[in-house]
Design a protein around this ligand. Structure first.
Ligand SMILES: Cc1cc2nc3c(=O)[nH]c(=O)nc-3n(C[C@H](O)[C@H](O)[C@H](O)COP(=O)(O)O)c2cc1C
Length: 214
């Protein structure tokens, strides 16, 4: 009986997309897209989105463009990072849940199986766009353990590091005909609680990505 109930639950969950789990991303397509000059010409902010979701390939390409590894021998990335601390973690809030981009194996680790898109911002477009990226500085990676005071000057580099990632995302979106907006409007305290962040993890910026409403 227990087995029947469990099997039925599994079928129900898969059919209705209830079960959220880690996502293994396909390899990024590094040959696609527009030229750099075309992407720069078309880079712009979008604030009106449809609720269409990104394909796994688009998600893969987006995250690799953001801060994926581009020199495997040195574990270095598409975005520069002060002191090469690589302290900016990229979280992805989608309808299916909140994920952490694991750069090392280009995958998404499930953090919470709930839709936190609404909590990532204060503007209504965050609710239905395909996803919201949240850039979080893990100051532990910059030598600041929990309990150690972190000053604004400590975070200065993290704001710069996150901005480079955000610009990569802007350019990828322009190249892939997606819309995006980088955001400082974030209810940081509430979101940090929902994300389960530690005291030395700081939300820096967010970026909404999706299909622009025509
Ligand atoms: C650091 C930063 C924070 C921003 N915060 C927001 C925001 O919270 N909400 C928003 O709608 N746009 C935000 N923007 C987008 C700007 O308003 C936008 O880049 C500007 O209007 C210029 O438009 P463009 O990106 O199309 O050139 C932000 C941009 C930057 C660089």
């Amino acid at each position: 009986m227990k087995k029947i109930i469990l099997t039925s639950l599994t079928i129900f969950s898969i059919s209705f997309g209830v079960i959220a789990q880690d996502i293994t991303l396909p390899a990024p397509d590094k040959k696609g897209g527009k030229t750099l000059m075309q992407a720069l010409s078309e880079r712009q902010t979008t604030r009106s989105f449809t609720d269409e979701t990104l394909s796994q390939q688009q998600l893969s390409d987006l995250l690799w463009a953001a801060c994926g590894i581009n020199r495997a021998d040195q574990k270095k990335r598409t975005a520069p990072s002060a002191m090469n601390y690589q302290e900016i973690d990229v979280y992805v809030a989608m309808q299916s849940g909140l994920y952490l981009y694991i750069v090392e194996n280009h995958s998404l680790k499930l953090i919470a199986g709930k839709d936190l898109r609404k909590t990532t911002g204060t503007q209504s477009y965050v609710n239905n766009a395909a996803l919201n990226l949240v850039y979080v500085a893990d100051m532990g990676k910059a030598g600041k353990k929990e309990g150690v005071k972190v000053n604004d000057s400590d975070l200065f580099m993290s704001y710069s590091d996150a901005a480079f990632i955000a610009q990569n995302v802007y350019l990828y979106c322009a190249s892939a005909n997606l819309g995006c907006v980088v955001r400082g409007s974030i209810p940081k305290e509430k979101l940090a609680v929902e994300m389960g962040l530690k005291s030395n993890q700081y939300i820096i910026l967010a970026q909404t990505v999706g299909f622009a409403k025509k």
